[in-house]
Design a protein around this ligand. Structure first.
Ligand SMILES: CC(C)(COP(=O)(O)OP(=O)(O)OC[C@H]1O[C@@H](n2cnc3c(N)ncnc32)[C@H](O)[C@@H]1OP(=O)(O)O)[C@@H](O)C(=O)NCCC(=O)NCCS
Length: 202
C-alpha cells in the first residue's frame, strides 16, 4: 500500500521525480516549495519547508527534489521525516548495489555491481556508475555523466552533465566537475574543475 508522497521542490527536477513516483505506484502526490505556490505538473503545492513537520503524520513519504547538494543536505539534516528512495523502472541496478535512503535514480541510469550510493544522492538521467564505485551522501551525478570502475566521490560533490571520470579515481568532497570534463587524476576536494583533462577553473 503506497502512502502519500510529498516532493520538496516544485521545479523541473521535481517534475522528473513526480514521474518516477507515478511509475512506482504513488497516486497521492503533492509538493512543498518555499518560492512558488499553485501546482506542479497538476499536483498541488501545499506549503513551504517550514510546514514539513506538520505534514509528517506517519502516513506520508518524503523526497527532496532540489539539485543543489548543500540545500538538499540542509533540509535532510533539519527534518526527521520518512525519506524514500525512488528508482525509475528503466534504470539498471546490478547485483550488490546499495542505494542510500532519500536518493533518486533517473531513467536509463546504470549502476553496476557492488557500487555504493550514499543518502540523498541524485543519479540523473542515463548516468553510468560503474562497478565498485563509492559515492558519499548528497552527491549529484548529472545526465550522461560516466564514472568508470572503482571511482570514489566525496559527499556533496557535483559531477556535471556529460562528464567522464576515469576508473580508479578519487574525487573529494564539495567539488564541482564541470559539464563535459574528463577527470584523469585524483582531485583532493573543493574547487571547480573543467576541461579535458580536467583542471582547476581559475
Ligand atoms: C563549470 C561550471 C560550474 C562553471 O560555472 P560558472 O562559474 O557560472 O562559469 P561561467 O558560465 O561564468 O563561465 C566562465 C568561463 O568558464 C567557461 N566554462 C564554463 N563551464 C565550462 C565547462 N564545463 N567546460 C569548459 N569551460 C567552461 C566559460 O566558457 C567561460 O569562459 P570565458 O571566461 O572564456 O568566457 C558550469 O559551467 C558547469 O559546467 N556546471 C555543470 C552544470 C550541470 O552539469 N548541470 C546539470 C543539471 S542536471
Amino acid at each position: 500500500m503506497y502512502k502519500r508522497l510529498v516532493i520538496i521542490g516544485g521545479g523541473g527536477h521535481g517534475k522528473v521525480i513526480a514521474d518516477i513516483a507515478l511509475k512506482s505506484g504513488y497516486k497521492d502526490i503533492c509538493f512543498v516549495d518555499d518560492n512558488v505556490g499553485g501546482d506542479c505538473m497538476g499536483y498541488p503545492i501545499i506549503g513551504k519547508s517550514c510546514n514539513l513537520e506538520q505534514l509528517n503524520n506517519g502516513e506520508t513519504d518524503f523526497v527532496i527534489a532540489i539539485g543543489d547538494n548543500q540545500i538538499r543536505k540542509r533540509i535532510a539534516e533539519q527534518h526527521k521525516l520518512n525519506w524514500v528512495t525512488l528508482v525509475h523502472p528503466s534504470a539498471q541496478i546490478a547485483y550488490g548495489v546499495q542505494i542510500g535512503i532519500g536518493s533518486v535514480v533517473m531513467a536509463g541510469a546504470v549502476i553496476n555491481p557492488e557500487a555504493m550510493i550514499g543518502q540523498h544522492c541524485i543519479i540523473n538521467t542515463c548516468a553510468v556508475i560503474e562497478h565498485d564505485n563509492q559515492l558519499g551522501d548528497y552527491v549529484h551525478v548529472s545526465p550522461n555523466a560516466t564514472l568508470g570502475g572503482t571511482v570514489h566521490v566525496g559527499s556533496c560533490t557535483h559531477i556535471g552533465i556529460g562528464a567522464t571520470v576515469r576508473n580508479n579515481i578519487s574525487i573529494g568532497e564539495n567539488t564541482v566537475i564541470g559539464a563535459g570534463a574528463v577527470v584523469v587524476k585524483e582531485i583532493s576536494g573543493g574547487g571547480v574543475y573543467i576541461g579535458i583533462p580536467a583542471h582547476l577553473k581559475t
